[in-house]
Design a protein around this ligand. Structure first.
Ligand code: 6CS
Length: 312
C-alpha cells in the first residue's frame, strides 16, 4: 500500500500530554484544514447546523460528498499519487454512487478533529473507520459498523518491555502514547494508566517516530494501523492483536461512518446500501485490498455499540 502524503510526520511541537486538551486543541486547529474542504461547498446548512433532513438531495444536486479523513493507512488517506483511498473512502465511493452521488472529496484532518469538523459543517460524513462508542454516540450518529477490529501496539523490535496489553503497560510502568481523540486513550485509562501521563501524538506515524526515538515504549492503535505503519521500520514491530477491556470485559470494536445527529435520513439510506453490500459479498471485496479479512467482517450494530448513548 502506498504511503500517504505527509507520511513523514514531524512530531516536534505537536505532541501533548493531556488527551482531553488535545481533543479540544484539535477542534480549534481544525479551522485551517477545514478551509480546504469547505472550498468546494456551494451551500452551508442552517443556523442550527442541520440540513432540514434533505442533505442527501443536496448532495445529489451537487454531485459530490465531502469525506472527513484522518490520514490513517489503511482506513482513509491520500496515496503517493495524490489520490484518495482507504477502506472507508472506497466504501463511500461505492455506497454514495448507489445513492446517486457520483464524486467524493477528501477533507483531511487529525482524528481528534473529525467529530468537531463534522458538526461544524466542514464535511458531510466521517469516513475514517471511526469506532462506535457511547461517548461518540452522544455527539453524532453512526451507520452500522462495516468492520470489527482488535487493538495492537507498536513497540521496539523484540518488544523489550514485554507489552502485550494495557494491563502490561500499567504493570511495567511503560511510557505510553496514542493518537489524538483515539478510543485507545480510554482503554489505557480503564487499565489504570494516568490520563495526564499519556503522550498524545497527531497520528500513527508520529507514534512510530516516538517509539523509534525511545520517547515512549509503546504506541496503541488498531491492529491494521499498527501493522501498516511498522512496515517501513527497521526498529519497531507490531504486537499480536488483542481485545481491550471495557467494563472489565474483552471488547471487540466496530468501525463505521459518522453523520451529524440530525441526518438520520442520510444515515438510514446509507445503511440500506451498506447492508446490501454485506449480503452480496461486495463489502468484503472492497475491504480486502486494505488488509481486512473474513475475521474483520461483522454483524455488530451501531445500536448495540452505542450502549447507553443515542444510536439515532
Ligand atoms: C480507525 C481508528 N479507530 C480508533 C478510534 O475510533 O478511536 C483509533 O485507533 C483511531 N483510528
Amino acid at each position: 500500500m502506498a504511503p500517504p502524503l505527509g507520511n513523514k510526520s514531524d512530531t516536534s511541537g505537536h505532541e501533548s500530554r493531556h488527551s482531553r486538551r488535545a481533543v479540544l486543541a484539535g477542534a480549534a486547529a481544525f479551522g485551517a484544514l477545514g478551509a480546504f474542504g469547505a472550498a468546494g461547498c456551494t451551500r452551508v446548512a442552517d443556523a442550527a447546523g442541520t440540513d432540514g433532513g434533505d442533505l442527501l438531495q443536496r448532495l445529489r444536486a451537487q454531485g459530490v460528498v465531502r469525506l472527513g479523513i484522518a490520514g490513517e493507512i489503511p482506513f482513509g488517506y491520500i496515496d503517493k499519487d495524490g489520490h484518495l483511498t482507504g477502506e472507508a473512502p472506497e466504501l463511500a465511493k461505492a455506497i454514495f454512487k448507489r445513492l446517486g452521488v457520483d464524486r467524493v472529496q477528501p477533507v483531511p484532518t487529525e482524528f481528534g478533529s473529525l467529530i468537531p469538523g463534522l458538526n461544524s459543517q466542514q464535511f458531510d460524513v466521517v469516513a475514517a473507520g471511526m469506532y462506535v462508542n457511547p461517548e461518540r454516540c452522544a455527539q453524532v450518529i453512526f451507520a452500522d459498523p462495516d468492520y470489527q477490529m482488535l487493538d495492537s501496539f507498536v513497540v521496539r523490535k523484540g518488544n523489550p518491555k514485554g507489552l502485550h496489553d494495557y494491563k502490561d503497560v500499567v504493570a511495567k510502568k511503560a511510557k505510553f502514547a496514542t493518537g489524538t481523540g483515539y478510543a485507545e486513550i480510554q482503554y489505557a485509562v480503564e487499565a489504570g494508566y494516568k490520563e495526564s501521563d499519556i503522550l498524545i501524538v497527531p497520528d500513527q506515524v508520529a507514534g512510530l517516530n516516538a517509539v523509534e526515538a525511545g520517547r515512549v515504549d509503546v504506541f496503541a492503535g488498531t491492529a491494521v494501523t499498527t501493522r501498516a505503519v511498522v512496515k517501513k521500520s527497521a526498529k519497531a514491530e507490531a504486537t499480536k492483536p488483542f481485545a481491550p477491556l471495557v467494563g472489565g470485559k474483552p471488547h471487540v470494536d466496530g468501525g463505521a461512518f459518522a453523520f451529524r445527529s440530525a441526518e438520520t435520513r442520510l444515515r438510514d439510506a446509507f445503511n440500506v446500501e451498506l447492508h446490501k453490500l454485506k449480503r452480496n459479498g461486495e463489502l468484503a471485496r472492497i475491504l480486502r485490498p486494505f488488509g481486512f479479512t473474513e475475521a474483520e467482517m461483522t454483524d455488530l450494530t451501531a445500536k448495540e455499540l452505542c450502549g447507553g448513548g443515542k444510536s439515532g
